[in-house]
Design a protein around this ligand. Structure first.
Ligand code: NAI
Length: 486
C-alpha cells in the first residue's frame, strides 16, 4: 500500500535538492506516491495571491501532508511569505527541529568531543508572526503580539508528548516573561499547568537570553526546549549553527490535520541551478516525515546511509574537509544511495523506533474550531489607554486631557515609549511625538465600552488620537501591564 502525499519542489535550489531526496527514497523503495502541486514564486507572479493554485490547496487539504522545498517570497508588493502563510492557515502549530551531532560535519563542538542531541519545539502560529503592525504616528510603529492560552497549550502539550515518546527526561520552556508579563506570562503559565500531567519529565523554565548563553556554552545539557514563535525562530537558527549550519537543519510543522515537512534554509538564490546545493536538511526532513508516516524501517535505513556517507568524508561544497574534493548534489545523493544498508561506524546508528507523531486522522473538521478556555469568566472595564500624537510637554498634555474629563474618569499617568513621564518623570527622558494617556474609572463609577469611546471622542476635539485600548480585569485579575515607573 503506497501512501499519497503532496510534494512542492519549491524555488531556487528547491527542485535540485527535492529531486535528490526523491531519488534516494526511490532507491530504498519507500512506499510513497507523490502528487506534485503548483506552489511557489512563479504562481505568485502568475497572479495567485496565496502563491498556490486552488487545486494545490485542495490537494494538500485532502492529503494532509506536504513535503516542500524552499519557496521565495516576492519582495515588496505587500505579499506575505507563502511558507509562513501555509503554516498558519493549516494550523501546523508545532515546529519541531531536531539538532544532533553528525560525524563528518566539523564544528567547534565536534572537535571538542561534545555530543549535541536536542530538539527545539517552536510555537508556529502566533506571536509577532501575526504581522499586525501599524504606524501610530509617522515616527512610531507598533506591533501586536498575540499569544493565546489555547495556542500555547497545544504546542506545549505536543512538546511533552514528543519528549515522552522519545524517552527524554527534561523539557525546558524558554521565555521572556520577566519583561512580557502577560504574553510570555500566558505561555509560561500554560507550560507549568501542562507539566503537571508529565510527572516523569523534569520541567524547568529559562529566560531566553540565559538560554542562548547556555546553549552555546553547554549545549549537551539540553534535550527538549519549547518556545514562543519569534524566540523559537531565533534560538533554532542558533542551534543549527551548533551542529554545522542551516544545511543540516530539518523542520517538521505538525498540526492535527495537516503537517508540512521542509528544510529550515531558504532558496539559496546565489547557488541555484548549479547542482551544488546540500540536500541533507531536506533529506533529514524527509526522514522525519517517513517516521511520522510510520515508515520507520525506510527512515532508519536512509538516515544510517546518510550518517555513513558523511562519516566517509563525502560532502558538498558548503561543509566538510576541504582537502577532499566536494561532490555536487547529484553525486552526493548517489553516494547515499550506494550506502543504503550501511550503518555509521563511529556510532550514532539509528534504530527503527517510531519516535514521531503518527496520529494522522485524515479527517476534515466540519467547521472552524473555536476555543475558549474559561467561558463566562467575569470581565470588568477599568479604563482605557488612549494613544495620542503630540508635541506637548507632559504637564501641558496632562492639563489638556484633564480639561476634557467628566466625573467618570481620572487621568492616572502618561507614558512615552512605555516610560512614565507624568505625574512623575525625569527631564532626561527623551520623548517621541507619540504618548499614551492612561485613564481609570473614578471610585464608585460603573463604565462601559460606550463611555470609553465618548471619552476618546471628547479628547479628539483637542488632541490627535492614534489608538484606543481597553483596560480590563478578567476574573478579578488585572489584564494589562503597568508602565515603567508606575
Ligand atoms: P537561504 O537559506 O536561502 O541562504 C542563506 C545562505 O545559505 C546562502 O549563502 C545559501 O547559498 C546558503 N545555503 C542555504 N541552503 C543551502 C544548501 N542546502 N546548501 C548549500 N548552501 C545553502 O536564505 P536567504 O538568502 O535569506 O533567503 C533566500 C530566499 O529563501 C528568500 O526569498 C526567502 O524568503 C526564502 N526562504 C524560504 C524559506 C522556506 O521556504 N522555508 C526559509 C527561509 C528563506
Amino acid at each position: 500500500m503506497r501512501t499519497k502525499i503532496a510534494v512542492a519542489k519549491g524555488d531556487g535550489i528547491g527542485p535540485e535538492i527535492m529531486d535528490a531526496v526523491l531519488r534516494i527514497f526511490e532507491a530504498d523503495n519507500v512506499p510513497l506516491e507523490y502528487d506534485f502541486v503548483e506552489m511557489g514564486k512563479s504562481y505568485f507572479d502568475a497572479g495567485h495571491s496565496t502563491g498556490m493554485t486552488d487545486l494545490a490547496k485542495e490537494t494538500i487539504e485532502n492529503l494532509g501532508l506536504l513535503f516542500k522545498g524552499p519557496m521565495e517570497t516576492p519582495k515588496g508588493k505587500g505579499v506575505k511569505s507563502i511558507n509562513v502563510t501555509a503554516r498558519k492557515v493549516w494550523n501546523t502549530y508545532a515546529n519541531q527541529r531536531d539538532f544532533r551531532t553528525l560525524n563528518g560535519v566539523d564544528t567547534v563542538f565536534s572537535r571538542a568531543g561534545v555530543n549535541i542531541n536536542l530538539t527545539i519545539v517552536r510555537e508556529n502560529i502566533e506571536d509577532t508572526y501575526g504581522g499586525i503592525e501599524h504606524m501610530l504616528t509617522n515616527d512610531v510603529a507598533v506591533g501586536r503580539r498575540l499569544i493565546s492560552r489555547s495556542g500555547s497549550a497545544q504546542v506545549i502539550t505536543y512538546a511533552f508528548e514528543m519528549a515522552k515518546r522519545k524517552g527524554y527526561t527534561k523539557v525546558a520552556c524558554g521565555h521572556k516573561a520577566n519583561i512580557m508579563k502577560l504574553t510570555d506570562g500566558i505561555f509560561l503559565e500554560a507550560f507549568y499547568e501542562i507539566a503537571k500531567n508529565y510527572q516523569e519529565i523534569n520541567a524547568a523554565d529559562i529566560i531566553v537570553d540565559d538560554l542562548c548563553m547556555k546553549l552555546v556554552s553547554r549545549p549537551e545539557t539540553f534535550e527538549v526546549v519549547v518556545l514562543p514563535n519569534l524566540q523559537g525562530d531565533i534560538v533554532s537558527d542558533l542551534c543549527a549553527g551548533l551542529i554545522g549550519g542551516l544545511g543540516f537543519a530539518p523542520s517538521a510543522n505538525i498540526g492535527d490535520y495537516i503537517s508540512i515537512f521542509e528544510a529550515v534554509h531558504g532558496t539559496a538564490p546565489d547557488i541555484a541551478g548549479r547542482n551544488i546545493a546540500n540536500p541533507t536538511a531536506l533529506l533529514l526532513s524527509g526522514v522525519a516525515m517517513l517516521r511520522y508516516l510510520g515508515l520507520t524501517e525506510n527512515a532508519a535505513t536512509i538516515e544510517n546511509a546518510l550518517l555513513y556517507t558523511l562519516e566517509q568524508g563525502v560532502h558538498t561544497g558548503d561543509f566538510g574537509d576541504k582537502t577532499i574534493p566536494a561532490s555536487n548534489t547529484t553525486n552526493f545523493a548517489d553516494a547515499i544511495i550506494q550506502n543504503l544498508g550501511k550503518k555509521p561506524e563511529k556510532g550514532g546508528a539509528v534504530s527503527q523506533g517510531n519516535f514521531e507523531k503518527t496520529t494522522r486522522t485524515g479527517e476534515k473538521p466540519p467547521q472552524n474550531k473555536i476555543t475558549e478556555t474559561a467561558p463566562g469568566i467575569s470581565e470588568e472595564i477599568m479604563g482605557a489607554d488612549i494613544f495620542v500624537e503630540t508635541m506637548f510637554q507632559p504637564k501641558q498634555l496632562a492639563d489638556l486631557a484633564q480639561s476634557k474629563l467628566n466625573e467618570k474618569f481620572k487621568l492616572i499617568m502618561i507614558s512615552n515609549r512605555g516610560t512614565q513621564i507624568w505625574p512623575t518623570g525625569s527631564i532626561f527622558t527623551e520623548l517621541t511625538n507619540q504618548s499614551r494617556l492612561r485613564f481609570e474609572k473614578n471610585e464608585g463609577q460603573e463604565i462601559n465600552a460606550k463611555d470609553i469611546f465618548d471619552l476618546a471622542a471628547h479628547l479628539s476635539e483637542v488632541i490627535n488620537i492614534c489608538s484606543v485600548e481597553f483596560l480590563k480585569k478578567f476574573g478579578g485579575k488585572l489584564g494589562y501591564s503597568l508602565a515603567q515607573g508606575q
